[in-house]
Ligand binder design. Structure first.
Ligand code: NAD
Ligand code: DAU
Length: 340
C-alpha cells in the first residue's frame, strides 16, 4: 500500500537527507515536506527532486494551524499515514541569545502538529529529539532511555518540553507516537554554523577556527545517513509510546575533530583560536544505543574515520552550495523555484 509521509523541516540538514533517502529507497511512498524556510531551511538541499511526482513541498509554519492543515490536505483522499517531525530551531548558541523562537517552534509547533495529526488518525508519528535532553555526562557512563531528563540550554529545554508533550499524547490519547534521541550528526547539507561544516568552511578560507573553552568537550558523532536509516527503522518497526536512543559510538573531543579537519585539508594548526566558552556548555554526551540495535536491528554503518573524510570531500565538491549559504544567496532560491 502506498504510504504518505508528512516530513516537517525537510529543507533543513537532517530532514533533507531523510527526504532524499525516502524517495530513493522507498519509491512507492509519497512525501510531503512542510517547512517554514527559516534561516536554516534551504531548498537547494533538495535540488533535483522538485519534479519527482512522489514529492510535494508545502511552505508553512508548524505553529500555524492553517499551515499544518494545508500540509495534511496535500495528502489527498487517502490522507497522511505517517508523520516524521524534524522541524525545530536547532542551534544551541542561538538559543542562548534568544530562547523564545525555540519555545515557539519546538514546543508550541509540536503541540499544533500533534493536535492535527491526532484528529486525522495517522498510523505513526516519529518525534525526532536529541540526546541533549539528558544533560551532561562526566568522564564515564552513557545516556540510556531511562536517564532522567536534565536539559541545560534553552534549546535542549524546549526539546525536552516537546518530548513531554509527545509522551502525554500517547499516554492520554493512545496516540501512536515514538520518540528518537540522537547524538551529534554530521554530513552533507549541514548549516555551516555547526562545528564540522563551520571548521571546514573557515579552514578552506584560511580563517580562524574558533574552539570554545579548552576544546575538550566530547560529542558522540553520527553520520547523517545512519541517523536517517535509524529513523526509518523506528517509523516502520518502532513500538508506539517507546523512546529510542540513536548514537554513533564515535566519541571525540572537539579539538581532535578540528585538528583532524586541518590535517585533511593540509592546513596549519595555527588557524585554531581558543575563544570564550559557550555559557553552560555541556561537557560530554555519549549514547547507549543497545535498545534500537536489539529491538529494531539498527546499528550505525559508518565509523568517523570513514565518514569524516567523505563529509569533508562533499563540502569541497559542493563549494557552490557552501558559498550560497555563506553569502545568503540561498534565500533567493525559493523565489526562483516557486515564484514566492
Ligand atoms: P536544521 O536547523 O538544519 O533544520 C531545521 C528545519 O526546520 C529547517 O528547514 C527550518 O526551516 C525548519 N523549521 C524550523 N522552524 C520551523 C517551523 N516553525 N515550522 C516549519 N519548519 C520549521 O536542523 P537539523 O540539524 O536538521 O535538526 C533536525 C531535527 O533533529 C531537530 O528537531 C533537532 O532538534 C534534531 N536533532 C539534530 C541533531 C543534529 O546534530 N543536527 C541531533 C539530534 C537531533
Ligand atoms: O547532541 C545533539 C545536538 O548536537 C543537536 O540536538 C543540536 O541540534 C546540534 O546543534 C548539536 O548540538 P551541539 O551544541 O553539540 O553542536 P555544535 O555543532 O553547535 O557544537 C558541537 C561542539 O563544538 C560543542 O561542544 C560546541 C563546540 N563548538 C561549536 C562551534 C559552533 C566550538 O568549539 N566552536 C564553534 O564554533
Amino acid at each position: 500500500m502506498t504510504r504518505t509521509i508528512l516530513v516537517t523541516g525537510g529543507a533543513g540538514f537532517i530532514g533533507s537527507n531523510f527526504v532524499r533517502m525516502l524517495l530513493e529507497d522507498r519509491p512507492g511512498d509519497r512525501v510531503i515536506n512542510l517547512d517554514a524556510l527559516t534561516y536554516a531551511g534551504n531548498l537547494e538541499n533538495l535540488k533535483g527532486i522538485e519534479s519527482n511526482p512522489n514529492y510535494t513541498f508545502v511552505h508553512g509554519d508548524i505553529t500555524r494551524d492553517e499551515d499544518v492543515a494545508r500540509a495534511f490536505e496535500a495528502g489527498g483522499e487517502s490522507g497522511v499515514s505517517h508523520v516524521v517531525h524534524f522541524a525545530a530551531e536547532s542551534h544551541v548558541d542561538r538559543s542562548i541569545q534568544s530562547g523564545l523562537p525555540f519555545v515557539n517552534s519546538n514546543v508550541i509547533g509540536t503541540q499544533v502538529l500533534l493536535d492535527q495529526a491526532r484528529g486525522r488518525s495517522v498510523e505513526g508519528f516519529v518525534h525526532v529529539s536529541t540526546d541533549e535532553v539528558y544533560g551532561s555526562l562526566g568522564k564515564t557512563g552513557f545516556f540510556t532511555e531511562e536517564t532522567p531528563l536534565s536539559p541545560n540550554s534553552p534549546y535542549s529545554a524546549s526539546k525536552a518540553g516537546s518530548d513531554m508533550l509527545v509522551r502525554a499524547a500517547h499516554h492520554t490519547h493512545g496516540f501512536p507516537a515514538t520518540i528518537t534521541r540522537c547524538s551529534n550528526n554530521y554530513g552533507p547539507y549541514q548549516f555551516p554554523e555547526k562545528l564540522i561544516p563551520l571548521m571546514i568552511a573557515n579552514a578552506r578560507e584560511d580563517k580562524a577556527l574558533p574552539v570554545y573553552g579548552d576544546g575538550m568537550q566530547i560529542r558522540d558523532w553520527l553520520y547523517v545517513r545512519d541517523h536517517c536509516e535509524a529513523i526509518l527503522a523506528v517509523m516502520e518497526k518502532g513500538q508506539p509510546g517507546e523512546v529510542y536512543n540513536i548514537g554513533g559510538h564515535n566519541e571525540y573531543p572537539n579539538i581532535e575533530i578540528v585538528r583532524s579537519i586541518l590535517r585533511h585539508l593540509d592546513k596549519p594548526e595555527s588557524l585554531i583560536e581558543y575563544v570564550t566558552d559557550r555559557p553552560g556548555h555541556d561537557r560530554r554526551y555519549a549514547i547507549d544505543a543497545k535498545k534500537i540495535d536489539e529491538q529494531l536491528g539498527w546499528t550505525p554503518r559508518y565509523t568517523f574515520e570513514q565518514a569524516l573524510p567523505m563529509t569533508i570531500q562533499w563540502y569541497l565538491d559542493n563549494d557552490e552550495w557552501l558559498q550560497s549559504v555563506r553569502s545568503g544567496a540561498y534565500r533567493d532560491y525559493y523565489a526562483a523555484q516557486y515564484g514566492g
